[in-house]
Unconditional design. Structure first.
Length: 282
């Protein structure tokens, strides 16, 4: 037999077994915020009163959530029309998800070509806050090689792909990442301070590629180049990694031109998805 929610003083329903009522949870702040975003995407722009009526949220709660979403650029307020609409950050996030889903397919032949050229492990990684995460790779056929798997991650400050993405990163976003980095020494070559990292990033930006000389794993060398969007901001890094006993710095740098060209080709292929021609420049 059903339970009268009015008698209980709160919303309830009968469980599938029919034996006991299950209290319906009140939606969290996150769920309410997502609901508002869904509403604005589907029907915006809307005035505050319209949002209040259609969302069913109390006025104070709605005001608070809207202000938080505006602060995070998920919602924008037209102060002249006094209407709210979905913010550009939603488009940015959607674009990143869309782009990343395409990168593996669009970059695969370039990874294979670099692997054939160098004989070493080639990988592509994307930015995930303070880490670079591998999304695809082609391993070296050499008996001694760095074993890499999709999903492997490395701190941005001591990996080739991580540093190259920092170098081609929006200045405001980069400063936010800096504030969240907890420097740790993985090897004697690891950069462990922000001034050191800033100096290295300046060099990387100037020459067009990054080097990781045993900074994360002792005995490995890496060279990386940026894959950028239409605004010249890095959305991924493509790199070649080899044991330092087999490939020294001089040999590593010999691959810079084909590596940069491969990254530029993937950037060009992504241009229709990111809004226009891509250039890895500052």
């Amino acid at each position: 037999m059903g339970v009268n929610s009015k008698q209980q003083g709160k919303s309830s329903r009968v469980s599938k077994s029919g034996s006991a009522p299950v209290t319906k949870r009140q939606p969290s702040g996150l769920v309410r915020a997502i609901g508002l975003l869904d509403l604005l995407v589907a029907e915006g722009p809307l005035r505050f009163a319209e949002l209040e009526e259609r969302s069913g949220l109390p006025k104070a709660t709605l005001h608070r959530i809207l202000n938080e979403l505006i602060d995070e650029r998920f919602v924008q307020l037209d102060e002249r029309a006094l209407t709210y609409n979905a913010g550009y950050r939603i488009l940015e996030m959607a674009n990143r998800v869309w782009t990343r889903s395409d990168i593996r397919m669009l970059a695969r032949d370039q990874l294979l070509a670099l692997n054939a050229l160098s004989g070493e492990t080639v990988q592509i990684a994307v930015h995930a806050d303070t880490h670079a995460v591998v999304i695809d790779h082609v391993e070296s056929s050499q008996s001694v090689r760095l074993s890499i798997s999709v999903g492997n991650k490395a701190p941005v400050y001591c990996s080739g792909a991580g540093k190259v993405m920092l170098a081609w990163c929006d200045a405001e976003q980069r400063e936010g990442i800096f504030s969240r980095i907890s420097f740790a020494r993985y090897t004697s070559n690891t950069l462990t301070s922000l001034p050191e990292l800033r100096a290295d990033l300046a060099k990387i930006s100037e020459r067009g590629y990054a080097l990781d000389l045993g900074e994360h794993f002792l005995g490995t060398n890496c060279i990386a180049a940026p894959i950028v969007d239409h605004a010249g901001q890095a959305i991924a890094g493509i790199s070649i990694t080899a044991p330092s006993f087999r490939v020294g710095v001089d040999e590593l740098v010999q691959w810079k031109e084909p590596l940069i060209a491969a990254a530029a080709e993937v950037s060009r292929r992504l241009a229709p998805r990111t809004g226009g021609p891509a250039e890895a420049s500052h």
